[in-house]
Design a protein around this ligand. Structure first.
Ligand code: C2E
Ligand code: CA
Ligand code: CA
Ligand code: CA
Length: 273
């Protein structure tokens, strides 16, 4: 602690200081990474649980660091979200992903949908709808092929602005998915208020599905609710055939997870039959 005049004390936490220095450095490195082309978009399939057919793909950001190798988004997105850097990254992902998919749409199954993660910070920008329209126009991807995934916990924070923004985006023809569903401090009231098309059931509920009656009860309730609300439900993080079978039994029709494929570069998917 550092003593100032008049008995004021400013607490200087060494740990905090270190953290903010690290964050500042990471932000700078990220900006450079973008300029140097070290950021990549990988894609993970979303499939129908009955026959495994491809329904769409989720775009997931990756950082190929020249020394440290692949850096997962969990270790840099939260830092980017603390500043406007997330806007730069988010715009870049949106542009890259819409182009990647639009160029290959002819060889993808009918109805194929691209899912892109969007931070609430991006969403509440006054010009986000314009940014989105521009990405769609530049890439040629029809709006109906795009779903924006928004994390549930973030949705709860900013509400009035988010609600009208989601309506505006849906009017453009894109779909809205609530990501990581079940992990936020949700009141069911927000489901009633927010316009959305898809719920992604968080992998933490899928993980123990075959062993835990509680998790099965929660997943069942979410599936019923999605059905009642007329929205799609996607189970995330499906890793085993046993989980897939259990989900099928519970009436789930869509899934995503390592069982069907890990995120890969778009051309790695193209090469497959
Ligand atoms: P998310 O949107 O919930 O994405 C799903 C995460 O689960 C991905 O991690 C994916 O690789 C991983 N995953 C998929 N299937 C399985 C599975 O079967 N088992 C396990 N254990 N994991 C599985 P990833 O790619 O590391 O992304 C982490 C998070 O970073 C994402 O979670 C998302 O919140 C965020 N993120 C990624 N790309 C973007 C982006 O472009 N923009 C924003 N705003 N956030 C992004
Ligand atoms: Ca997601
Ligand atoms: Ca998720
Ligand atoms: Ca997540």
């Amino acid at each position: 602690a550092k003593q100032l005049g008049r008995g004021q004390v400013v607490v200087f936490e060494p740990a905090m200081m270190e953290r903010s220095t690290q964050h500042a450095r990471l932000s700078m490195e990220l900006r450079q990474a973008l300029e140097r082309g070290e950021l990549r978009v990988h894609y993970q399939p979303l499939v129908a649980l009955d026959d495994g057919r491809l329904l769409g793909m989720e775009a997931l950001l990756r950082w190929q660091h020249p020394e440290r190798g692949w850096i997962p988004p969990g270790s840099f997105i939260p830092v980017a979200e603390e500043s406007d850097l997330i806007l730069t990254l988010g715009d870049w992902v949106l542009g890259q992903a819409t182009r990647d998919i639009a160029q290959r749409l002819h060889s993808l199954p009918p109805g194929f949908g691209l899912h892109v993660n969007v931070s609430v910070r991006q969403l509440i920008q006054s010009d986000f709808a314009l940014t989105l329209q521009q990405a769609l126009r530049d890439s040629g991807l029809p709006a109906s092929r795009l779903t924006l995934e928004i994390t549930e916990s973030l949705l709860l924070v900013q509400d009035a602005a988010t609600e009208s923004r989601l309506r505006q985006l849906r009017q453009l023809g894109v779909k809205i998915a609530i990501d990581d569903f079940g992990t936020g401090y949700s009141s069911l009231a927000y489901l009633q208020r927010l316009p959305f098309d898809c719920l992604k059931i968080d992998q933490s509920f899928v993980r123990n599905l075959s062993k835990s009656a509680q998790d099965a009860a929660i997943v069942t309730a979410v599936l019923r609710m999605a059905e009642g609300l007329g929205v799609e439900a996607v189970a995330e993080g499906v890793e085993t055939e046993a989980e897939a079978a259990r989900l099928r039994d519970l009436g789930c029709t869509r899934a995503q997870g390592y069982l069907y494929g890990k995120p890969q570069e778009i051309d790695a998917w193209q090469a497959r039959p």
